[in-house]
Structure formats: structure tokens, C-alpha cells
Design a protein around this ligand. Structure first.
Ligand code: 8HG
Length: 292
């Protein structure tokens, strides 16, 4: 467990003595698209149908707009606070090449996000840049999500499958999803009809889950790895995008190695901690714009 105790205050919960928790590392490491930094340094986001604000004061973390019960039932898991990241970082840092990335992103935690939202988000992420991905997801939420007012600002939840299903391919195109609009439409139809069940896919072992996700349009190995890592507790996932490829080339493999081989190499090396290793590498590579 990476915190000590919790206390309630009028509109939130104070989590005391939190370890391995840095707001910018968590929210800017590529795993989420609906969290934004505020001028005062706190982060605000929409997750699981709610607007949540998070602030760090010394070693304590304040989570606004939730109560103690919601923390215990939902947000402790969302922020992965029961996991001991000191142990994970210790294991990964035995590899002196990886230690550099772990030391850089020391406050990263993998968020436990919603399956449908991750599926749609990472279909949109293919050959796309993070600001554009964020924009498209925001457009989709504005169009079909529930309006939420928080401190006089307006936010939108990520839509349900029933709402998404009312959208046409053209509607998705108008949300700036480009060539991915038809993949979204096809995937949403198959989930809505019950032909595809994300809870079932999540119940499969890591390799079968990875294969099954790729039966969906717009889901290749990389996108499947992101979905299973960020919403299905599958930590042997090792998504290889341009940044992870660069990091792996810098530290471990030859330039001409295929994405598949880089994935296999990473999974062999890091085992059930592959997903964590990947996140430290992605954050290090992207923040430092490493070149190889
Ligand atoms: O967390 C991520 N890991 C990896 N490997 N790739 C990611 C993450 N987040 C994210 O958006 N991407 C992809 O990187 C999507 C897109 O292709 C590119 C943006 O830099």
C-alpha cells in the first residue's frame, strides 16, 4: 500500500503520506487523455462519470469531489494506491539501463480506467498525436456524454455504449477522428449488439486477451496492449509506439528490429512488470524527446 491513512474534509478526501505519486508523472505519462493541469498545479479530470480534482501538498494528496466511501470503493483502485510501487521500482531498477527512466518518472502510477473509454481512446490514438487524441475524445464526450457542472465549469462524461451507438460514421468524422471513424462505428456496433463483450475479454489470460482485442477494427498489437494495460490489469502488456521503440533502441535493441520483436524482447525481459517498465520508458523518451 502506498499511503498511510485517509481523512475526510468538507468536499473531499485527504490521503496522508502518499508514496510514488507525482501529479505530472501520472497524468502526463501518456496513459490518460481527460486530465488537465490547472494554473495552481492541481489536475482536474473526468473519470468514471465524475469530475475529480487532485492536488498534492507535501506528501499528502487531496482528492476533491469524493467522499471516504467513494475513495474506498472506487478511487483507491483508480489511482492504484494499494500497490507497492517502491517494490516495482526496486525490481525494475536492478536493470541499470531502465533505472534512468524509473528515476525520471518516479511518481508514475498506472490508472485503472474504463474499458470502453480506453478502447475508443486508443483506436483514436493510432498514428495520432496526444493533443489531437484529447481533442477528439473531448468532442465525442461533448456530443454524447452527460453534462456535469463542477464549480461553475461545464464538463462531459465519457458516453455510454447506448449513446455512442446513436452516432454515425459521419458523426465520428466530425469529432476529428479522421480515418478511424469507420473503425469506431464498427467496433461500437459489435459491442452494442453483444457480439463482443469487454468484460469477457478482460477475463482471458494476457495472451488471449491481446489476440481477442485485435479482432476489433482499428485495434492492432500496440492499441490492444494499451487497452489491456490501462483498463484490464494486464501488466505483461508492452505497447510499442514510436517513443518506446526509440527508448528500446537507445537502451537495448538494434535499429532494424521489428515492433513485434521489440515487444517480445521487452516482455521476456520485464515479465509481469512489462507494462510498468513500458510506462517509465514512454514518459522518459517523450519528455526528453530522445533521438536515436
Ligand atoms: O502510454 C502510452 N504508451 C505507449 N507505448 N504509447 C502511447 C501511450 N499513450 C499514447 O498516447 N501512446 C501513443 O503514442 C499514441 C500515439 O500513437 C502516440 C502519441 O505520442
Amino acid at each position: 500500500m502506498d499511503f498511510n491513512t485517509i481523512e475526510s474534509f468538507n468536499n473531499g478526501v485527504l490521503v496522508k503520506d502518499v508514496k510514488n505519486f507525482e501529479l505530472s508523472h501520472i497524468f502526463d505519462c501518456g496513459q490518460c487523455f481527460r486530465w488537465n493541469r490547472r494554473e495552481n498545479g492541481s489536475y482536474i479530470g473526468v473519470a468514471l462519470g465524475k469530475v475529480i480534482e487532485v492536488e498534492k501538498k507535501g506528501n499528502d494528496v487531496l482528492i476533491y469531489n469524493i467522499n471516504e466511501e467513494e475513495f474506498k470503493n472506487t478511487w483507491c483502485e483508480y489511482f492504484d494506491l494499494s500497490r507497492n510501487y517502491t517494490k516495482i521500482k526496486g525490481e525494475l531498477s536492478k536493470d541499470i539501463l531502465l533505472k534512468k527512466s524509473v528515476d525520471f518518472g518516479y511518481g508514475i502510477r498506472l490508472l485503472k480506467q474504463e474499458k470502453l473509454e480506453m478502447l475508443i481512446s486508443f483506436i483514436i490514438s493510432a498514428n495520432n498525436r496526444i493533443p489531437m487524441i484529447k481533442k477528439a475524445i473531448e468532442n465525442i464526450s461533448k456530443k454524447w456524454g452527460e453534462k456535469i457542472t463542477y464549480n461553475n465549469d461545464i464538463f462531459y462524461s465519457f458516453p455510454t455504449i447506448d449513446k455512442l451507438h446513436t452516432g454515425s460514421e459521419k458523426d465520428f468524422e466530425e469529432c476529428s477522428t479522421g480515418f478511424r471513424a469507420k473503425y469506431l462505428k464498427d467496433t461500437i456496433d459489435r459491442i452494442y449488439s453483444g457480439e463482443v463483450n469487454l468484460d469477457f475479454i478482460a477475463s482471458l489470460n494476457d495472451d488471449d486477451c491481446h489476440k481477442e482485442l485485435q479482432k476489433l477494427m482499428g485495434v492492432g498489437p500496440k492499441v490492444a496492449d494499451c487497452i489491456m494495460l490501462f483498463s484490464m490489469n494486464k501488466y505483461s502488456a508492452f505497447p510499442v509506439d514510436v517513443w518506446v521503440k526509440k527508448a528500446m533502441m537507445k537502451f537495448y535493441v538494434a535499429p532494424d528490429v521489428s515492433l513485434k520483436k521489440i515487444r517480445d524482447f521487452g516482455r521476456n525481459k520485464f515479465g509481469n512488470l512489462s507494462g510498468f517498465a513500458q510506462q517509465y520508458l514512454f514518459y522518459y523518451a517523450r519528455e526528453n524527446k530522445i533521438q536515436v
